[in-house]
Design a protein around this ligand. Structure first.
Ligand code: UGA
Length: 419
């Protein structure tokens, strides 16, 4: 089928490449000319395992352009995969989604299905449909469907090609049949719902997972006080199939572009639009905000001010296998350490370039964990990259925010979460 995808971020580009891998002809649209020319040369603007290989493999079916009009004109299906960043008041910013909807309306010359993949507040699909229908330049029929994304960064290709399910929210048969045809080659379970339910499924999933993490972090914090070990507690919990063993890894809280944004978006949407206080979601947000910096305060309490001390920060990205720094705990930690007068040595195998956009001169970059902590009096482990987990921390004072250091017995002092 002839498809177009608006937005070439983690959701848009991965979706496009996987649709091409399953045999569709896909045109990717972005306003950023630099990104488009990079992709035309076979390079991915984001770090994501397997992505570039699949871009090369499917290059005959993948096209990249800034000319949205040409891309949308005759597309059978147009996916909207642009960002919906958090605004100051915690709600999702829909500017990019609205702009793309207008551009689609101006461009399409044939009937088509428009699919909203971006994570959007309840009712946005209705708004997109209305906006497109009101702004059409040609007499064509447009159907809008919701198709939320469940991929996780660092394993986005795998999560898309082998998704646990495809959720399709539709209000008419034409959209349903078209999307079933798009996803047929994936051979995955398909859940068909109304558009509102599909929009809700996305938030319900992300906020539930965020809640699970905050819950286990609170249990871990309490374990430290009562002398229990969170690893044993999670092991004991996980045999109950109603609980399972996923998303119960304690640490310095969730980051990334999704959980922090989507918990706030649901909380404020429910409160502002419906007068409903989502207390469980609020708890997930509150616990996470203190969890992110708790190791800083633990270390400060034990060793005093960081003023003039050299501190190593290992791991900058919000999780391993991504170059994404959005809502990464490293950002809060480094700013607290700098305020306290620390000299900071950092290491991250792929996040360095992006971190330099925030801290260029005021931290020092190293190419191995060992070099970064050689002269440091205290080491913070903030991301569980393989290179960090397996480093030799002999004789060091280590605060491990991911409970990931393999050989912690060799440390002079070792503190993790809940153990
Ligand atoms: C998350 C969801 O897992 C995806 O299903 C969803 O599609 C995506 O958001 C999205 O909405 O686009 P992602 O943010 O890429 O994916 O990363 P996760 O692996 O879920 O991790 C999120 C954060 O939680 C990370 O900071 C991670 O370190 C933390 N985490 C995760 C924990 O602290 N403990 C855990 O047990 C699991």
């Amino acid at each position: 089928m002839k498809l177009a995808v608006a937005g070439t971020g983690y959701v848009g580009l991965v979706t496009a490449v996987c649709l091409a891998e399953r045999g569709h002809d896909v045109t990717c649209v972005d306003i950023d000319e630099k990104k488009i020319s990079l992709m035309k040369n076979g390079k991915s603007p984001i770090y994501e395992p397997e992505l570039e290989d699949l871009m090369h493999k499917n290059s005959s079916r993948l096209h990249f352009t800034v000319d949205y009009s040409a891309a949308y004109k005759n597309a059978e299906v147009i996916f909207i995969g642009v960002g919906t960043p958090e605004q100051e008041d915690g709600t999702a910013n829909l500017t990019y989604v609205r702009t793309v909807a207008k551009q689609i309306a101006e461009s399409i010359e044939n009937d088509c299905v428009v699919v909203v993949k971006s994570t959007v507040p309840l009712g946005t699909n209705d708004e997109v449909e209305k906006s497109i229908r009101e702004n059409l330049s040609h007499k064509v029929i447009v159907h809008v469907a919701s198709n939320p994304e469940f991929l996780s960064q660092g394993r986005a290709v795998e999560d898309t090609l082998h998704a646990k399910r495809i959720v399709i929210g539709v209000e008419d048969k034409k959209a349903e049949e078209t999307l079933i045809k798009v996803y047929e080659p994936f051979e995955l379970p398909i859940v068909i719902t109304s558009r509102r339910s599909a929009e809700m499924i996305k938030y319900a999933c992300n906020d539930f997972l965020a809640l699970k993490i905050s819950y286990i972090n609170e249990i871990a914090n309490l374990c430290e006080k009562v002398g229990a070990n969170i690893d044993d507690v999670v092991r004991g919990m996980s045999y109950d199939p109603r609980i399972g063993n996923k998303f119960l890894h304690p640490g310095i809280g969730f980051g990334g572009s999704c959980f922090p944004k989507d918990t706030k978006a649901l909380y404020f949407m429910a409160k502002n639009n419906y007068g409903i206080e989502m207390r469980t979601v609020k708890a997930a947000i509150d616990v996470n905000s203190t969890q992110r910096t708790r190791l800083f305060y633990d270390a400060r309490q034990k060793y005093g001010s960081f003023d003039g001390k050299t501190i190593a920060v290992l791991g900058l990205t919000f999780k391993p296998n991504t170059d994404d720094l959005r809502e990464a705990p490293s950002i809060d930690m480094v700013s607290l350490l700098l305020k306290d007068g620390a000299k900071i040595n950092v290491y991250d195998p792929v996040g360095e370039e992006n971190f330099k956009k925030i801290h260029k001169e005021d931290v020092q970059y190293f190419s191995t964990p060992e070099e970064a902590f050689k002269k440091a009096s205290i080491v913070f482990v903030l991301t569980d990259w393989e290179q960090i987990k397996t480093a030799d921390f002999s004789g060091k004072i280590v605060f491990d925010g991911r409970n990931c250091v393999n050989n912690f017995a060799v440390c002079e002092y070792y503190k993790s979460i809940g153990r």
